[in-house]
Design a protein around this ligand. Structure first.
Ligand code: SF4
Length: 378
C-alpha cells in the first residue's frame, strides 16, 4: 500500500469572504485553543489499525491555518508523528492568506517542518479583492510572497480565481501575467462558483453584483492554459498547474485513490479501499464531541464495487494524464471500453474526451465541462 496522507482542518479565518461556503468562521482565540487540543486528541485516538501507518504528506487546510501559532502547529505535528510513521521527506503544506504572516512567523513555521505554502492570492486587483470580501490587498500578496521566499519556502502554490463578477479578459490577463512573473512552483486555478447562502449569492440576487459569465470564464481558462504553458507550467489536473516536479503530492492522493486521513471539523477520510467517513462540520460541536470522548465521525460510507469503479474513473479523469485502462482492468477485472462503449463514443464525438492508446483523457473542452462528463460514470 502507498503511504497515506493526513489532512488537518483549521476552521478559522480573520473574516469571512463573500463567496465562501467552507467550514470556517471568524477566529476565536479561546475556541482555537480548545480546538487544537481536540485535534491532537483525535489524532492520538486514531485506531484504524494497531500498527502505525506510513504517511508521506500532511496538509493543513482551512480556513486560514497560518492563524495558528508555530507552537500549536508543532504540537499537532508531534501528535501526527506519534501516531503515524511520517517519512522524513514528507511534503508538509500549510494554506496561508496574504497579510496574515510575518517573516519571523514564517521562519518558525519552516522550523516546525512545514515545507510547502499554499497561498490564497486570488487576484492582483484591489477592487476585485474588495468585492470578494478579502481582507488583503494586492501589495499584501506581493509582500507575503517575498517573505515566503526570504523565509526559505522553495515550494509555493498560488490560488487564483477567475470568472469574478465584472472581471474582464484583460484584467484576468494582467493577473495571470503578474502571477506567472513571480514563478510560484504551483498554481491552483478556480472558476468562481456562486454558492447559495453566501453573501455573494445574495448580492447577485439583489442586483448589486453581476452574475459571472460562464463563456467568459471558459475563455479565461483557455488563456490560463495557453499563457502558463508558454511559461513552462504543466497542466497536470483540471484546476492545477506546476513547474516540472512540483505536483501537489498530497492532492494527487485524492485523484489516484490513495488513503488520506482527515482530522478536525468537516474533515473527510478515505482508507484507500472501500471506506470513506467524515467529521462533524461545526467547529464548536466537533470540539465538544472530542472533549466528551465521543467520536466526531458523523457519516461513514462503505463503497460497493460499482461506486469504487465510478470513483476511480471520475477522480482519475481529473488528472490530465487520464485513466489507464489496463490498470482499471487489473484492479476491477473489467474492460472500461466495453462497459461504457456508447458513452465513450458520445463523449468523444462531442470533443470532451479522447482515447490515447490505453489512456482515457479529458480534452480542454472536457475539462471545462468536467462535471457533465463525470455524471456519465456516476
Ligand atoms: S480565507 Fe478562504 S476559507 Fe477563509 S473565508 Fe475566505 S475563502 Fe473562506
Amino acid at each position: 500500500m502507498q503511504p497515506a496522507g493526513i489532512y488537518i482542518h483549521i476552521p478559522f479565518c480573520r473574516t469571512r469572504c463573500s463567496y465562501c461556503d467552507f467550514a470556517t468562521g471568524a477566529y476565536d482565540g479561546a475556541l482555537a485553543e480548545r480546538y487544537v487540543s481536540a485535534l491532537i486528541n483525535e489524532i492520538r485516538a486514531f485506531r484504524l489499525t494497531e500498527d502505525a501507518l506510513d504517511v508521506d504528506t500532511i496538509y493543513f487546510g482551512g480556513g486560514t491555518p497560518s492563524l495558528l501559532s508555530p507552537a500549536q502547529v508543532t504540537c499537532i505535528l508531534e501528535a501526527a508523528q506519534e501516531r503515524f510513521r511520517v517519512e522524513g521527506s514528507a511534503e508538509v503544506t500549510m494554506e496561508m492568506n496574504p497579510g496574515t504572516v510575518t517573516l519571523e512567523g514564517l521562519r518558525e513555521f519552516r522550523a516546525t517542518g512545514v515545507n510547502r505554502a499554499s497561498f490564497g492570492a486570488q487576484t492582483f486587483d484591489d477592487l476585485e479583492l474588495k468585492r470578494l470580501g478579502r481582507t488583503h490587498t494586492a501589495d499584501d500578496v506581493r509582500h507575503t510572497f517575498a517573505l515566503l521566499r526570504e523565509a526559505g519556502f522553495a515550494n509555493i502554490s498560488f490560488d487564483l480565481i477567475a470568472g469574478l463578477p465584472a472581471q474582464t479578459l484583460d484584467g484576468w490577463s494582467r493577473n495571470l501575467a503578474e502571477a506567472l512573473a513571480l514563478r510560484p512552483e504551483h498554481l491552483s486555478f478556480y472558476i468562481l462558483e456562486v454558492h447559495e447562502g453566501t453573501p455573494l449569492a445574495e448580492q447577485i440576487r439583489r442586483g448589486a453584483e453581476r452574475q459571472p459569465d460562464d463563456d467568459l470564464a471558459a475563455e479565461m481558462y483557455r488563456l490560463m492554459l495557453q499563457n502558463s504553458g508558454a511559461a513552462s507550467y504543466q497542466h497536470y489536473e483540471i484546476s492545477n498547474l506546476c513547474l516540472p516536479g512540483y505536483e501537489s503530492r498530497h492532492n494527487t492522493k485524492y485523484w489516484t485513490g490513495e488513503a488520506v486521513y482527515g482530522f478536525g471539523c468537516s474533515a473527510h477520510s478515505y482508507d484507500g479501499r472501500l471506506m470513506r467517513w467524515s467529521n462533524e462540520r461545526d467547529a464548536a460541536r466537533y470540539t465538544a464531541l472530542v472533549e466528551a470522548r465521543q467520536t466526531p465521525v458523523v457519516e461513514t460510507i462503505e463503497l460497493d464495487e460499482r461506486a469504487a469503479r465510478a470513483e476511480s474513473i471520475f477522480l482519475g479523469l481529473r488528472l490530465m494524464r487520464g485513466v489507464n485502462l489496463k490498470e482499471y482492468q487489473a484492479r476491477f477485472g473489467a474492460d472500461l471500453r466495453a462497459e461504457y462503449a456508447n458513452d465513450l463514443t458520445r463523449l468523444s464525438e462531442a470533443g470532451l474526451i479522447e482515447l490515447d492508446k490505453d489512456l482515457l483523457k479529458l480534452t480542454t473542452s472536457g475539462a471545462l465541462l468536467s462535471n457533465e462528463v463525470f455524471l456519465t460514470f456516476v
